[in-house]
Design a protein around this ligand. Structure first.
Ligand SMILES: Nc1nc2c(ncn2[C@@H]2O[C@H](COP(=O)(O)OP(=O)(O)O)[C@@H](O)[C@H]2O)c(=O)[nH]1
Ligand SMILES: [Mg+2]
Length: 374
């Protein structure tokens, strides 16, 4: 089989044989240099690059459009009111009609000179996914910002390897190639949350994917900032949990429960603070509950449902509905616990059953009434 997109084989009519999918958020200074690098790396191939930008405030969208106006092989998808690396990649890949897609970061950290090797490894039929690895001989992760990032990366790799059905030295890599139809077939089962789309792909495939690793360097960032934060790390752990439980524990539910725990802590802290000023327990507890609900709403709006975040008036309306939903949840909690206790269940069993019911109720209502999928 000849290389995909080689001139004379793929021709230049119709869609390109290769799509490079680049998720990007606030990468304005990196767009034009990356396109120039791709032009050199993929010379002689019939390719396109698809930037998937989440309406970055720094002008990334305009930078992509400026390139696309001049170059037919540059395309851009701009998502409004959405955030997320993995979901951006999914939409980019699904918008492609190429034979092979390659995913890479938009900050020039991935070594574009390895693209051809990744693409050809997949197109030759030798593997389902070719992964740019920083941990096979010849690879390097020297571009990680500091010792903390190295430790995080190594810890994440170790954790991911415990769950993976295939042997892989760098499951956290964001640089890989795969046949478009392979990705599209797995897409409905992908979790789509967080940063780790390769891991999501490998864990979501019905049959283990054949993987080949290709040594690859990882450069330091030259412009812009990393978007990896605590939430992204939590999303990574939740992704593993979701996949390990075969979808029984959805990622969003794990996040919702974690936020709920923060709410319990808030309620407790505020109640004690208010009591400190000599206020009656019932009043102090009521103040603690209201503050906890507001804190929970803000955390859920920014983390759990970050991709469906409410703004402005919808945010105020959402908070009111959230407080109503949680109040009903709390009543149901007390009611069920009381009923079970009256039927001679043990105190902690009754209390746990009430709490579980309330969490499931709050989660279901929040997901359907407040943060509806758009
Ligand atoms: N569309 C989109 N791209 C994102 C988002 N978060 C990160 N990215 C892009 O994903 C790539 C990797 O992110 P980066 O912050 O560099 O991660 P790091 O290399 O692990 O520090 C970069 O091109 C980012 O611009 C997001 O929420 N939406
Ligand atoms: Mg980066």
């Amino acid at each position: 089989m000849s290389a995909p997109g080689a001139q004379g084989s793929g021709g230049t009519a119709g869609s390109p044989a290769i799509s490079i999918i680049v998720p990007c958020y606030n990468e304005v200074a990196n767009i034009a240099p990356l396109v120039a690098k791709l032009e050199t790396a993929l010379e002689g191939r019939h390719w396109e690059v698809i930037f998937v930008d989440d309406n970055s405030p720094d002008g990334t969208t305009e930078a992509v459009r400026a390139q696309a106006r001049q170059k037919s092989y540059v395309r851009g998808i701009c998502r409004v009111g959405r955030r997320g690396l993995s979901s951006a990649v999914i939409e980019g890949v699904l918008s492609s009609s190429a034979q092979v897609v390659a995913v890479m970061d938009g900050d020039q950290q991935h070594d574009e000179t390895r693209l051809v090797a990744l693409i050809d490894a997949v197109a030759d039929g030798g593997c389902d996914v070719a992964v740019g690895s920083r941990h096979v001989e010849g690879g390097s992760n020297a571009g990680l910002a500091n010792a903390w990032r190295h430790a995080l990366s190594n810890g994440g790799i170790w954790l991911a390897q415990c769950f993976l059905p295939v042997k892989l030295t760098d499951p956290m890599s964001g640089f890989f190639a795969v046949r478009q139809e392979t990705f599209a077939a797995i897409a409905p089962r992908l979790s789509g949350a967080g940063f780790k789309i390769l891991l999501d792909l490998l864990l979501s495939s019905a049959k283990p994917l054949k993987v080949q690793e290709i040594a690859c360097g990882f450069r330091p960032r030259v412009a812009g900032e990393s978007k990896l934060d605590t939430l992204v790390m939590l999303q990574f752990v939740a992704l593993l949990l979701e996949k390990f439980s075969h979808g029984l524990v959805p990622l969003r539910f794990v996040a919702f429960c974690l936020v709920g725990l923060a709410g319990v802590g808030t309620n407790f802290g505020v109640m004690h603070l208010v009591r400190f000023f000599g206020v009656h327990f019932s009043v102090a507890q009521a103040v603690g509950t209201v503050v906890a609900m507001i804190v929970n709403f803000v955390l859920d709006n920014n983390f759990t449902y970050r991709d469906r975040r409410l703004h402005g008036q919808r945010c105020v309306w959402g908070l009111l509905v959230f407080m109503l939903v949680c109040s009903i949840g709390a009543l149901a909690n007390v009611g069920v616990a009381h009923m079970m206790y009256a039927q001679s269940y043990r105190l902690d069993e009754a209390s746990l059953a009430g709490a579980v019911l309330a969490v499931v109720w709050n989660y279901t209502m929040s997901s359907t009434l407040i943060w509806r999928p758009r």
